[in-house]
Design a protein around this ligand. Structure first.
Ligand SMILES: C[S@@+](CC[C@H](N)C(=O)[O-])C[C@H]1O[C@@H](n2cnc3c(N)ncnc32)[C@H](O)[C@@H]1O
Length: 213
């Protein structure tokens, strides 16, 4: 994600009802943030690295009974998602600005699904622990997930994809769906910003849906 410094990004975030400035205060009570609050009927889905928000906002429009939280570590990127979502009257989506390393302090067994869309691949092996499917992050997600964890990953990067298949299976996940060419399947799909760019260039998208009992 190319970073441009956005003037008054912090003020713009804090002025929005879709932005939660103090996420640690909601640990264990995220359901209360949304207008539909049933733990069973209104599961909370998380996108880590939500970027400019296109995917999550489309998901929230399409699934009014589900709740959505977007995590993005840069204010200057998140502000673009906030500008988009400010133009809606959605009641089932919020965004927070944190690094995924902090998720254990923010969620306590509350999340149904984590989406990892076009996460940074961190190709050098000395940076492997920064990949969002490294064992460090999979351990953090164990504290974030409610029962029946579900991770859905899309990436153009085959090395990151094979790494994820390996770390997820070593961490006890089973694969419900795996594709090396998502566009060639019938899998229901909401496109992200990065995905659209890759598709235009004819690049194949890798997809996995993994769950843990
Ligand atoms: C390549 S972009 C993809 C954006 C979007 N998901 C898409 O598919 O269009 C990856 C995004 O993840 C964010 N990100 C990377 N590592 C993160 C982390 N540890 N915690 C939170 N956000 C992160 C980056 O700032 C960037 O906006």
């Amino acid at each position: 994600m190319r970073l441009r410094n956005v003037k008054n990004a912090k003020e713009k975030l804090e002025a929005s009802p879709f932005f939660i400035p103090n996420p640690k205060e909601f640990k264990g009570q995220w359901q209360n943030v949304f207008s539909k609050q049933s733990v069973e009927k209104n599961p909370i889905h998380l996108e880590i690295g939500a970027g400019k928000g296109q995917f999550l906002i489309a998901m929230a429009k399409k699934n009014p009974d589900m709740n959505f939280i977007g995590i993005e570590k840069y204010e200057s990127v998140l502000v673009r998602a906030i500008e988009k979502v400010n133009q809606t009257d959605l009641k089932n989506i919020v965004f927070i600005c944190v690094d995924a390393m902090e998720l254990r302090e923010i969620f306590d067994h509350e999340i149904a699904t984590i989406y990892l869309n076009f996460s940074d691949p961190w190709p050098k092996s000395r940076h492997a622990k920064r990949r969002l499917t490294s064992p460090i992050f999979l351990n953090i997600y164990d504290h974030v997930f409610k029962n029946n964890p579900m991770i859905i990953q899309k990436t153009d990067n085959l090395d990151l994809f094979s790494y994820s298949l390996e770390t997820l299976s070593q961490h006890g996940y089973c694969f419900l769906q795996v594709s090396l060419h998502l566009q060639d399947t019938q899998i229901a799909n909401v496109e992200t910003e990065y995905e659209q760019k890759f598709k235009e260039k004819g690049i194949k998208i890798n997809y996995l849906k993994a769950c843990k009992k």
